[in-house]
Design a binder for this molecule. Structure first.
Ligand code: BG6
Length: 460
């Protein structure tokens, strides 16, 4: 059987500035929280690799874009580094960065690769983190100005804009779960950060509309579909709460224009409600996006709590559910997450039924594998597991599209093995392998498979 996708389908991959660009002398880039944390908290990064090196997209962009064309990408998402473009977060624009982003965008277009440009991929300029990061309203204003600058500089050519990648993550990982700098553990502060990120998103969309540019603007979300252990009422409640905190909180605000009533009730009950004004709520209600990106990696399986949480402990969504380790689940052991291809179908159905069947695309999906060098034969990584992963996910995606889901494309994470937040280069995700010693980028078997997929608009 052939699985066939529409002719206009977007095929490509996603990446991000901080994970790929690297630094070169004279680039005039300002520091961001990752430049800082990967040095100052170096022990938190696998093998102590910092942001300095990454995969050198800044200097190799021409060859890299050629490599994208070589495997028939018709689109590619990356982000603009705020601290490269505006080193202090506000104020003067860095001319070197303008040259780089102009060249990069022009090169993509020249090679027939549609640029999808994201404004924020976890990388707060250090100067703005020092005044509170997204806890500070001044930073929301700075973000709005930064977005406007990007639209002014590049909006004549970039037709697909995204305000944030995974808006929940900077709040959850940076202010509650001790994974991202500034390593704060405080739910109420995390909630304030998330609220301000949502406001920043709304402000950027508003500016974009006011500028009457011809393109589309949206946001990239990570939706983790929630599955209860059983149909027992206690398990169902656990699933409802996990979904409320981690998905509905942000999805409803952005896609339905309002926070869930239930969320407000719970946060009020536990005295965790951040400050939210009526004008904030009006702005959220008035903001509509054109295109939604969904990053999908894994399901979230939950069960009822086994123990009562410590009432003096740190409030968190995990007060309402426990992770459920399902017997026989299929694991990606390198990353420690479950592989569940049907999740992509379930997300598509959810968008169709609960979020007005908005236009969307898979903005990230992928499999990070440790020790991929073990699969090298005759110089090529024989990553059959990645091809199988792609086929399974695409088959489910295709099924949802047959049932009416408005999915417009599929981007894999990622183009070439890149640096990651914490895991650095431990797990490899790319269609191209990066040799850390030489900087050489070599296509993997999956990259060649992807090329055939794009050229045939599907696979057998
Ligand atoms: C996504 C992020 O959530 O997951 C990427 O948008 C990230 O930036 C990717 O690299 C893979 O996760 P990790 O932690 O394995 O790199």
């Amino acid at each position: 059987m052939k699985v066939t996708f529409p002719k206009s389908f977007f095929w490509g991959a996603a990446s991000s500035a901080t994970q790929a660009e690297g630094r070169v002398t004279g680039d005039e880039k300002g520091g961001n929280i990752w430049d800082y944390a990967s040095k100052e908290y170096n022990h938190r990064f696998y093998d102590g690799v910092t942001t300095e090196n990454t995969s050198l997209f800044y200097q190799d962009y021409q060859q890299d874009i050629q490599k994208m064309q070589d495997i028939s990408f018709n689109s590619f998402r990356t982000s603009i580094s705020w601290s490269r473009l505006i080193p202090n977060g506000t104020g003067a624009v860095n001319p070197e960065a303008v040259i780089f982003y102009n060249n990069m965008i022009d090169e993509l277009i020249a090679k027939g690769v549609e640029p999808f440009v994201n404004l924020y991929h976890f990388d707060m300029p250090m100067a703005l983190q020092e005044i509170g990061g997204f806890e500070a309203k001044a930073v929301v204003d700075a973000y709005k100005q930064y977005a406007k600058t990007c639209f002014e500089l590049f909006g004549d050519r970039v037709r697909y804009w995204f305000t944030f990648n995974e808006p929940m993550i900077p709040a959850e990982a940076g202010y509650l779960h001790d994974r991202h700098y500034p390593y704060v553990v405080d739910f109420k502060r995390a909630a304030a950060v998330l609220h301000n990120i949502i406001l920043a998103h709304c402000e950027a969309v508003k500016v974009y509309r006011e500028m009457k540019l011809a393109g589309k603007i949206g946001i990239i979300m990570d939706v983790i579909p929630v599955y209860p252990r059983s149909q027992n009422a206690a398990d169902l409640y656990a699933a409802e709460m996990a979904d409320l905190f981690y998905t509905k909180s942000v999805n409803d605000a952005i896609l339905k224009g309002k926070y869930p009533v239930r969320l407000k009730e719970v946060l009020q009950e536990y005295d965790q409600l951040p400050e939210v004004s009526n004008s904030d709520l009006e702005l959220i209600a008035a903001t509509k996006i054109d295109l939604l990106g969904i990053n999908y990696y894994r399901p979230r399986r939950v069960k009822a709590k086994e123990c009562v949480p410590n009432p003096n402990g740190v409030f968190s969504p995990e007060w309402f559910f426990d992770e459920y380790v399902m017997p026989g689940r299929r694991m990606n052991t390198s990353r420690g997450i479950e592989i569940y291809p049907k999740g992509i179908y379930d997300i598509a159905k959810k968008i169709q039924t609960e979020y007005d069947n908005i236009d969307w695309f898979v903005s990230e999906n992928g499999i990070g594998i440790e020790g991929e060098e073990a699969f090298i034969e005759e110089g090529v990584v024989q990553d059959e597991y990645r091809i199988d992963f792609l086929k399974e996910h695409l088959t489910y995606l295709h099924q949802a599209m047959e049932e009416g889901s408005n999915c417009l494309g599929y981007h894999m994470w990622t183009f070439v093995d890149c640096w990651s937040w914490g895991n650095a280069y431990k797990n490899r995700y790319g269609f191209y392998r990066l040799d850390l010693a030489t900087g050489e980028k070599t296509v993997k078997k999956s990259g060649l498979w992807f090329k055939a997929l794009v050229e045939n608009n599907g696979f057998e």
